[in-house]
Ligand binder design. Structure first.
Ligand SMILES: [Fe+2]
Ligand SMILES: [Fe+2]
Length: 261
């Protein structure tokens, strides 16, 4: 690492249940700050059709998988690529893998086809997007992961799930999956003090589309992450919270959807 690096982390969007204004606000932010890298933390798509709970309901027969993947590609991957030519990686979340899991379960004879893997459904190769490994070391001792793997135990407090994982891995952990947003430091005091972070990057869903919340507000936060890594090896994470109007502040600037910073 020879220079300061900034990676913008897009949270769970669960397209088509996302908030398109929030998604566009993140793309515009990327255009504005010109980061060195962009990561989507996974659950890019919701894929309700091949979900376990949808089995034998009308939704199973909707046949929307390809269209939803195309829509996400058009609404996020292509616009990010238009404004950002550096590193661009996407994790596979537990929702993103539903189509391939469905095939493995109900059509095992076809499951060797890679067509329904997220990187092919969303044409990662066409846009120079990397399908990230389940645990990706974005900077030394900083790991990004969706959050459904590695026997990470869910905690009910924002940031605690990631912090518990960070303590176990003795590395900073940046994750999605909980739809909560916070960054919590933990300093290991043995020998040279070393601070590791648990970072949860929130969500940008349209909460009214989340059937499982049953109309109640979830303990979720709309946000995204900005990870900074300096030449000297200092890691500084930041969780950027979006308000109801999808406005947010970063670096002393106030960002409003549709307005230049
Ligand atoms: Fe999610
Ligand atoms: Fe998830």
């Amino acid at each position: 690492m020879n220079e300061d690096q900034i990676v913008v982390v897009c949270p769970d969007s669960q397209n088509p249940k996302h908030d398109p204004v929030a998604m566009k606000a993140i793309v515009d932010f990327i255009a504005d700050i010109e980061p060195t890298g962009v990561i989507h933390i996974g659950d890019a798509l919701d894929f309700e059709g091949p979900a376990r709970w949808t089995k034998d309901t009308r939704k199973e027969y909707a046949g929307n998988v390809e269209q939803e993947a195309e829509d996400f590609t058009a609404e996020f991957i292509a616009p990010v690529r238009e404004v950002h030519d550096g590193f661009f990686g996407i994790h596979e979340g537990n929702h993103d893998l539903r189509p391939r899991q469905y095939l493995e379960k109900y059509a095992p004879a076809l499951a060797d086809s890679k067509f329904f893997h997220i990187e092919n459904l969303c044409r990662f190769d066409d846009y120079g997007v990397q399908r990230l490994p389940d645990f990706y070391e974005v900077f030394p001792n900083v790991v990004t992961t969706h959050g459904h793997l590695g026997r990470i135990r869910l905690a009910q407090v924002a940031g605690m799930t990631a912090l518990n994982a960070a303590k176990r891995f003795t590395k900073s952990v940046v994750m999605g999956h909980t739809h909560r947003a916070a960054a919590i430091p933990h300093t290991l005091g043995i020998g040279e003090p070393q601070t590791i972070w648990g970072i949860e990057v929130g969500h940008i869903m349209d909460e009214s589309c989340a059937d499982y919340l049953k109309g109640t507000p979830g303990d979720w936060q709309k946000a995204f992450g900005v990870l900074q890594y300096s030449k000297s090896g200092h890691f500084k994470p930041e969780v950027v919270y979006l308000n109801q109007a999808n406005e947010f502040e970063f670096g002393g600037y106030r960002y409003s959807p549709g307005a230049a910073a």
